[in-house]
Design a protein around this ligand. Sequence first.
Ligand code: ADP
Length: 165
Amino acid sequence: MRIAVCPGSFDPVTMGHLDIIRRASSLFDKVIVAVTVNPNKTPTFPAEQRVEFVQRSVRDLPNVEACCCEGLIAEFAREKGASVLVKGLRAVTDFEYEFQMALINKKLNPELETMFMTTNSAYMYLSSSAVRQVAGFGGDVADFVPAEILPDVMERFAHERSDVV
Ligand code: ADP
């Protein structure tokens, strides 16, 4: 069985992420979305909620599951029996960082391959931080995040704005 891992912070999951996950799900027997926990960063959405957002967004993809990853992705992949990491590339700016991560992961787990998928051009501009910025100013993010999580994303930022006022 070919298992792939799609790692990321998914804070929150976007249509760009979902496009990569969906395409990976048609290439592998099983795809595990690994929601990473970075102890040095305070995310907008807690890890459990980020996982739940992904789960809700992939309900139509039976071979996709999501869970938290608190340690090294290379170790996580080994534990899950995954042979491939799938990452999305938006632009050259993503490349340098991703290239470094791929080499580090190869060093940590030589059996693990990193594969890159080019973004769907419709989502080239999209990132979780753009979603947070637009939603933070009360803008419409309906085209940016899966419909299943839109109300929760909006509510999170509505609270934030009412706290400020
Ligand atoms: P972001 O950069 O949006 O905060 P993450 O750090 O969660 O996203 O990224 C997880 C993975 O998804 C990375 O491989 C990243 O390059 C990819 N990715 C993020 N947004 C897109 C997009 N719009 N199109 C393709 N891949 C993307």
